[in-house]
Design a protein around this ligand. Sequence first.
Ligand SMILES: [Zn+2]
Ligand SMILES: [Zn+2]
Length: 220
Amino acid sequence: MIRIDPHIHTVYSGDARGTPRDVLKRASLVGLDAVAIADHNTMKGSLIAMEDSAEFGVTVVPAVELSTSAGHIVALGVQEEIQRGLTPAETMDEIHSQDALAIIPHPFVRYRQGLFVNERNLRVDAVETLNSRYIVGYSNWRARKFARKRGIPEIGASDAHFVEAVGSSFTFVESENTADDIIEGIRRGRTRPEGRRTPLPLIVREVINKKLIGRMRNDI
Ligand SMILES: [Zn+2]
Ligand SMILES: [Zn+2]
């Protein structure tokens, strides 16, 4: 059984401040076995983290959070960049052609580009049913109900935009601590989400940050 926080942002996202090394350091401090850096539309942070992974004793699963035409999709276990702006179905085809997992982060959260996973024909590999950033918790509840009804594996993730939030939610996976094994464990549904909400002051800080950065770039 390993602990992974499979959805963390770094400075390469454009809306977060921590470097991949900051994330790895924090992950090892809070007792995570593995992380995935899922920056917006770039694998850069993920690739850098992979290089430094051994130094911190934390496994890194390569990932990216893609902006599709209808909301965000986290690709876990990808090897190559995938174009942003495709439809959810096209994006999932690209992900699956790399034998990676298509995970729906924060589903049903309209204001954060949550994908409404009602399109029946989408091949969703896992759903985030515990995302630390939703204070009210309604969207997590709805996501859980959806995943259980459809028999889709459940994921817990911090969606951290500050290093302090890394590991605030995470996923227990019944697997060895290698990227391939973790992906296989999630695929088979051997997961259990665990965690708590992001402390409110961190969310407030992020919103302020986003506003500042948003003046310079408007593409997140
Ligand atoms: Zn997102
Ligand atoms: Zn995210």
